[in-house]
Write a protein that binds this ligand. Structure first.
Ligand SMILES: [Zn+2]
Length: 257
């Protein structure tokens, strides 16, 4: 990929990332993501265009509001940077195709879901439910190529992802008497299955469980949190699905060889 193209993808990613920040902040608060324009959460100062340049404004203002000097979290530029890197990765790995655009869209939805679950312990229906439908529609499109699922695999994926995890959660609750998984996780896995097919589910769940356990143990040791504390599972499902999307076939080949 030429550096011109890479720069364009990177800048597009930053701009989209800036919009994702708006979604991450406003969706769980049930506010419109269109209006009003971005403002300081502290004093309500409406950002001028030069305060709203992804990454650069934050660095230029040293992470503070221009008017009230309230700190603006480093998560904002981090999300912008992550989205830019995501655009680069998808373009580099899958080329500039319609499929890539859809994969990038899925990546954006994943990032928003991950951040919202991390902060609020919810995976909003407003993303997961249309996400399931869109995944199935995409699978039916002729432009959809691997790693996006075929229609058959997508239907199985949504059914098994949603139904299978629901059954697992139901049995877990019956046996242990504890709520192991939220409905949000179940809808997210159905969405993952709809986009990436049923083949993605074992690796996604395995990696999510592994990552979740490792981080959970580190969290308990470092932060002295007890085990009963709620840990969002959505971020791990998303990461597991992304690893499958990027190198699932390689991992399976390595494992079975
Ligand atoms: Zn302010």
């Amino acid at each position: 990929m030429s550096w011109e193209l890479a720069s364009i993808l990177f800048i597009y990613g930053l701009v989209v990332g800036s919009f994702l920040n708006v979604c991450i902040y406003r969706l769980p608060r049930e506010k419109s993501i269109v209006r009003p324009g971005s403002g300081c959460p502290g004093c309500g100062y409406r950002l001028a265009w030069y305060d709203n340049i992804p990454l650069l404004s934050w660095v230029w203002l040293r992470g503070r509001c221009r008017r009230c000097q309230q700190a603006i979290g480093w998560v904002y530029p981090l999300v912008e940077l992550t989205t830019a890197l995501l655009a680069l990765q998808v373009g580099y790995q899958f080329g500039l195709t319609w499929s890539s655009l859809l994969i990038a869209l899925l990546g954006c939805a994943f990032l928003v879901l991950m951040m919202i679950d991390f902060y609020h312990y919810i995976l909003p229906d407003i993303i997961t439910l249309p996400g399931i439908v869109l995944g199935l529609l995409v699978a039916a499109l002729p432009i959809s190529e691997p790693p996006l699922a075929t229609l058959e695999a997508a239907l199985w994926g949504a059914g098994l992802g949603g139904g299978g995890l629901w059954l697992f959660a139901y049995l877990f609750e019956k046996i242990t008497g504890k709520v192991g998984m939220g409905m949000g996780d179940i809808k997210l896995l159905a969405m993952i299955g709809a986009w990436l097919g049923w083949q993605s589910l074992p690796l996604t769940l395995f990696l999510a469980g592994l990552l979740g356990s490792v981080v959970g143990i580190i969290w308990m040791v470092v932060a002295h949190r007890d085990r009963s504390q709620q840990i969002p599972f959505g971020p791990y499902l998303v990461l597991g699905a992304w690893v499958h999307l990027c190198c699932g076939p390689e991992i399976y080949r390595w494992y079975f060889s």
